[in-house]
Design a protein around this ligand. Structure first.
Ligand SMILES: C[S@@+](CC[C@H](N)C(=O)[O-])C[C@H]1O[C@@H](n2cnc3c(N)ncnc32)[C@H](O)[C@@H]1O
Ligand code: SF4
Ligand code: SF4
Length: 351
C-alpha cells in the first residue's frame, strides 16, 4: 500500500461514489494441486459448480471500470484461477477495459504460449507460488493431484518472458516450512536469473487448522538456522521486499513474530481498533458473495454481485458495513500484521 491508497481512502471516507481501489476475486474453489499445507487442496478440489459465470464476471469488470476501480486481483485466497476454462478470456477482458491485472497462481498451467499471450494483452503482475528451485522439493510440497510434474512449465514461462522482453512483473510466493527452508538460497539464485522476477515474498506458514501443521512448521532450532540463512542473504535485493511476515527479512525481525504476539493475534498496535481495509479492497467469493474482508473470508449473507450490481451495493448495503468497521472493528486484535500496519498508516494520516 502506498500514499495514493491512503489519499484515496481519505477521499472515499467523504465520498461514497469512489469505489474500492482493488477487487480481490476468488475465481473458483477448484484446484489441481494438493499442497501439504493448504486447506484448498484438502477440501475443495472437486467441482463446486457454483462459480460466478463468465458473463457475470464481465459485467462486474465493466462496472468496476466505470466505478474508478484500478486493480483486479485474481485468485489469492483459495483454488487455482487456471482451473477455470475461461481464464484466458477473463485475462483479455480485464486488460481490454484498461484495469490493472494481478494473479496468484500455482504455476502448474504455465508454459511458453501462456507467457506470450499474457504479455501480448499487457497483463501486469503474476504471483507464482514457488517454494523451491529444487524440482523434487517443489513437487513434494505442492504435488499435482494427477502426479504430473509441472515445474518445467514454470521455467518455460519465465524463460519466455525473458526472451521476449515481457513487461509482466513476477513475484514469487514462498511458504517457509521444514521441507524447504534450507533451499531458500537456491531459490534466490534462481530468481536472480530472471529480470521479470522482482521479488520473493517469504510467507510464514499459517496454521488454519491444518492436521500436519506441527510436522511442517519450523521448530525453535530450525527457526534459528533460518534466521542465519536470512542474515546471510541480507544483501539480496529481491529478498528485501516486505513479506507476509510483516517485516523486511533484511531490516526487521525477519518476519518471525514471537509466540506471544502470534497467539494474541499481534500486539504491536494495541489501542488501535479501526479498520479501513474495506474502503480499498473489496473481496468477492467464487460464488459472487461479498466477503467480510481479505483476512476473514466469510461471505456476507444476502450480498451477492450476481443479484445486485457492485455500484449499488457499494453505495448502500456496504457503506454502513465499512463505516461501522472504520469506527470499531471487534476483530482487530486477531487481524494479521500486514493489515494492521496498513490500518495504522491510514489512522495516522487521518489524525
Ligand atoms: C491459497 S493459494 C491460491 C492461489 C493458487 N492456488 C496458488 O497456490 O498460488 C494463495 C497462496 O497461499 C499460500 N498458502 C496456502 N496455504 C498456506 C498456509 N497454510 N500458510 C501460508 N501460506 C499458504 C500459497 O502458497 C499461495 O502462495
Ligand atoms: S495450489 Fe493453491 S489453492 Fe491449490 S492446494 Fe496449493 S496453495 Fe492451495
Ligand atoms: S480488522 Fe477485522 S475487518 Fe479489518 S481486515 Fe482485519 S480482520 Fe478484517
Amino acid at each position: 500500500m502506498d500514499n495514493r491508497t491512503v489519499e484515496r481512502v481519505k477521499k472515499s471516507l467523504k465520498d461514497c461514489r469512489i469505489g474500492p481501489e482493488t477487487i480481490a476475486l476468488m475465481m473458483t474453489k477448484n484446484c489441481n494441486l494438493n499442497c501439504l499445507y493448504c486447506r484448498g487442496g484438502r477440501t475443495f478440489f472437486s467441482s463446486s459448480g457454483e462459480d460466478i459465470s463468465t458473463q457475470e464476471l464481465f459485467d462486474l469488470f465493466k462496472c468496476a471500470a466505470d466505478f474508478q476501480v484500478q486493480d483486479i486481483n485474481l485468485g489469492g485466497f483459495l483454488g487455482e484461477p487456471f482451473c477455470r476454462k475461461d481464464i484466458l478470456e477473463i485475462i483479455r477482458e480485464i486488460k481490454r477495459l484498461g484495469l490493472r491485472g494481478t494473479m496468484t497462481t500455482n504455476g502448474s498451467f504455465l508454459n511458453s504460449a501462456v507467457a506470450k499471450m499474457m504479455s501480448d494483452c499487457g497483463w501486469d503482475i503474476m504471483r507464482i507460488s514457488l517454494d523451491s528451485a529444487d524440482e523434487e522439493i517443489q513437487h513434494a510440497l505442492r504435488p499435482a493431484i494427477n502426479q504430473k510434474p509441472y515445474f518445467q512449465g514454470i521455467v518455460e514461462f519465465l524463460d519466455t518472458l525473458q526472451q521476449i522482453g515481457s513487461k509482466i512483473r513476477v513475484i514469487l510466493n514462498v511458504v517457509i516450512s521444514k521441507r524447504n527452508f534450507r533451499s531458500l538460497p537456491g531459490l534466490v539464485n534462481f530468481a536472480n536469473r530472471y529480470k521479470n522476477i522482482e521479488s520473493l515474498d517469504i510467507l510464514k506458514l499459517l496454521n488454519m487448522g491444518l492436521v500436519n501443521y506441527e510436522d511442517l512448521r519450523l521448530n525453535a532450532e530450525e527457526e534459528g538456522e533460518f534466521k542465519s540463512i536470512l542474515a546471510a542473504l541480507k544483501n539480496e535485493k529481491k529478498l528485501s521486499s516486505q513479506g507476509s511476515w510483516g517485516e523486511s527479512p533484511v531490516n526487521g525481525n525477519n518476519g518471525l513474530q514471537n509466540k506471544d504476539e502470534e497467539n494474541a493475534g499481534g500486539r504491536c498496535f494495541s489501542g488501535e481498533s479501526r479498520c479501513f481495509v474495506n474502503y480499498y479492497i473489496l473481496s468477492i467469493d467464487s460464488d459472487g458473495y461479498i466477503m467480510k474482508c481479505p483476512q476473514y473470508q466469510l461471505s456476507i449473507e444476502r450480498l451477492n454481485i450476481k443479484k445486485i450490481p457492485l455500484s449499488t451495493l457499494w453505495k448502500n448495503e456496504l457503506l454502513q458495513f465499512r463505516q461501522n468497521l472504520s469506527k470499531n472493528a471487534p476483530c482487530y486484535q486477531t487481524c494479521c500484521t500486514i493489515l494492521k500496519k496498513e490500518n495504522k498508516l491510514i489512522s495516522d494520516a487521518l489524525s
